[in-house]
Design a protein around this ligand. Structure first.
Ligand SMILES: Cc1cc2nc3c(=O)[nH]c(=O)nc-3n(C[C@H](O)[C@H](O)[C@H](O)COP(=O)(O)OP(=O)(O)OC[C@H]3O[C@@H](n4cnc5c(N)ncnc54)[C@H](O)[C@@H]3O)c2cc1C
Length: 482
């Protein structure tokens, strides 16, 4: 048994939803496109699962957060797919792929063939067992990657009211889950091996702000150690967590957020892999010209840094998916993907955005005892990354613009003194109409634009940066429940 499609999207997450939307915008015909997903629901905005979905009151539930509500566009319900003649093959795992024959084999035994394949298989949560610890299958041990995990987490949380939760891991999932657990009246202890939370992004100074904020909400931190085992009762439920430093933490529930691994296994030995993902070019095309990869599973050239990266963030999933579809449907007019990495998070009343890269020397600015502060990262004399907590629309726009331009920074202490004002002033100069003095020869003694810019060039850059920033503002400020 088998079916044939012109376009097949393998995976039904964020990237799949945005790719489908782009296909329709560009005029896909009825019956040409199908999405195959292991999940039983149409693509949805995954970040909702650690935010609005976990709220104790009026939590977000599907269909409210189907793609593409995250960018304030149409909500793609199953009806939308039907109306546009897109086949949704849900609750179906693809168990093998043959890129030479251009076929996929599902776990139900169906062969699906394609002319173009978009791999959007995302990533899966790393399990404790991969680190030699057993107990992931205990009733009150939770992970958070998909809707089934989130539903389970809510049930466990509801049966642990006023109890103790241990959160293992101090990254995105750990931090967002810890905040949600507190809001649900659960006592939280976070355990991680690093010296501070969000070790891959935050500087110690930024991390200490968030850790103090969390502590003010009752969260305890145990750093520099790891989970070694669980104590279980006769029902197989975890009652305590044992740490390498010898301590034992009573637990009514445990949340594990120790990282993810991209789902590449179907293509190992068939496509070139890099950085743990499927290597693609600037058109999101893999080493097989009929196969594209997008979202968390894709390792793509990040032009602003001149190197291949695999990103694990929703903005990159959305934009890489749209770009792949453009490259497939309008190859002549679609250029190279030119993406400025952007991440964000919202916890409690806090909200931050980050653009670019966090290598080099960090220059902090703002009031770390107040509401608005941040940092710039300077590498090889250029500003290449910006972080801002508690910014306004204009401020987020400004850091996005300035980061994309990678200005040369001559004086770090002057940059520190100017702080956010630097981004605001420099980006304002860049926003001047093309007839105004060109920003390349900036009047500031602090900054020299990387290359002389023609006025139209500068304007195009501003338009691009402004669209990134406009989205960033919307996402940061709108504060939707998901
Ligand atoms: C709880 C949570 C909160 C997050 N919050 C944020 C945030 O605040 N900000 C941010 O920038 N990013 C956030 N992220 C990350 C963001 O959600 C991901 O970057 C994004 O979902 C990646 O999209 P994707 O389509 O590549 O993968 P996914 O959305 O993971 O989708 C992959 C899909 O492929 C399916 N699949 C995989 N293998 C197969 C197979 N063999 N057969 C069939 N189907 C398959 C999966 O079931 C899934 O449906 C969060 C992630 C999680 C889990």
């Amino acid at each position: 048994m088998g079916r044939a499609f012109v376009y097949v999207i393998l995976g039904g997450g964020v990237a799949a939803g945005y790719a489908a939307h782009e296909f329709v915008k560009r005029g896909v015909s009825q019956g040409e496109l199908c999405i195959i997903s292991e999940e039983p629901v149409a693509p949805y905005e995954r970040p909702a699962l650690s935010k609005g979905f976990l709220l104790p009151e009026a939590p977000a539930r599907l269909p409210s957060f189907h793609c593409c509500v995250g960018t304030n566009e149409e909500r793609l319900t199953p009806k939308w797919y039907k109306e546009h003649g897109i086949e949704l093959i849900l609750g179906t795992r693809v168990k093998s792929a043959d890129v030479r024959r251009k076929t996929l084999m599902t776990a139900t035994g169906e062969t699906i063939s394609y002319k173009f394949l978009i791999v959007a298989t995302g990533a899966r949560a790393l399990k404790l067992e991969e680190f030699g610890v057993t107990g992931s299958d205990a009733e009150n041990v939770c992970y958070l990657r998909d809707l089934a995990d989130a539903t389970r987490l809510v049930n466990v949380m509801q049966s642990s009211k006023d109890g103790n939760a241990v959160v293992i891991g101090g990254g995105y999932i750990g931090m967002e889950c810890a905040a949600s657990l507190v809001i649900n009246n659960i006592n939280v202890t976070m355990v991680f091996p690093e010296a501070h939370c969000m070790g891959r992004l935050f500087t110690p100074k930024i991390a200490s702000y968030y850790e103090e904020f969390y502590q003010s909400k009752g969260v305890k931190f145990i750093k520099g150690t790891v989970l070694t085992s669980f104590d279980l009762n006769s029902d197989g439920k975890v009652t305590a967590v044992n740490l390498r430093d010898g301590s034992k933490l009573p637990a009514d529930m445990v949340v594990i957020g120790i990282g993810i691994r991209a789902n590449t296994s179907l293509f190992e030995g068939q496509l070139t892999l890099e950085k743990g993902g499927i290597k693609v070019n600037g058109k999101m095309q893999s080493s097989n010209t009929s196969v594209y990869a997008v979202g968390d599973v894709a390792a793509f050239p990040v032009k602003v840094f001149g190197e291949t990266r695999r990103l694990e963030h929703v903005d990159s999933a959305r934009k890489s998916a749209r770009h792949a579809v453009a490259a497939i449907m309008q190859p002549e007019t679609t250029g190279e993907f030119d993406y400025l990495p952007f991440f964000y998070s919202r916890v409690f009343t806090l909200s931050w955005q980050f653009y670019g890269d966090n290598v080099g020397e960090a220059v902090h600015f703002g009031d770390f005892t107040g509401k608005t502060f941040g940092a710039y990262w300077i590498n090889k004399g250029h500003l290449i990354g910006s972080f801002l907590e508690g910014g306004t629309k204009e401020e987020y726009e400004a850091i996005a613009k300035i980061t994309r331009l990678k200005p040369e920074i001559q004086d770090l202490s002057e940059l520190e003194k100017q702080g956010l004002g630097f981004a605001l002033t420099e980006s304002e100069k860049l926003s001047l109409p093309p007839t105004s003095p060109v920003p390349a020869a900036s009047s500031s003694s602090l900054v020299v634009a990387e290359k002389p810019l023609h006025p139209w060039h500068a304007a195009a850059g501003v338009i691009l940066a402004a669209s990134v920033a406009a989205f960033a503002y919307w996402y940061g400020k709108k504060r939707r429940r998901w």
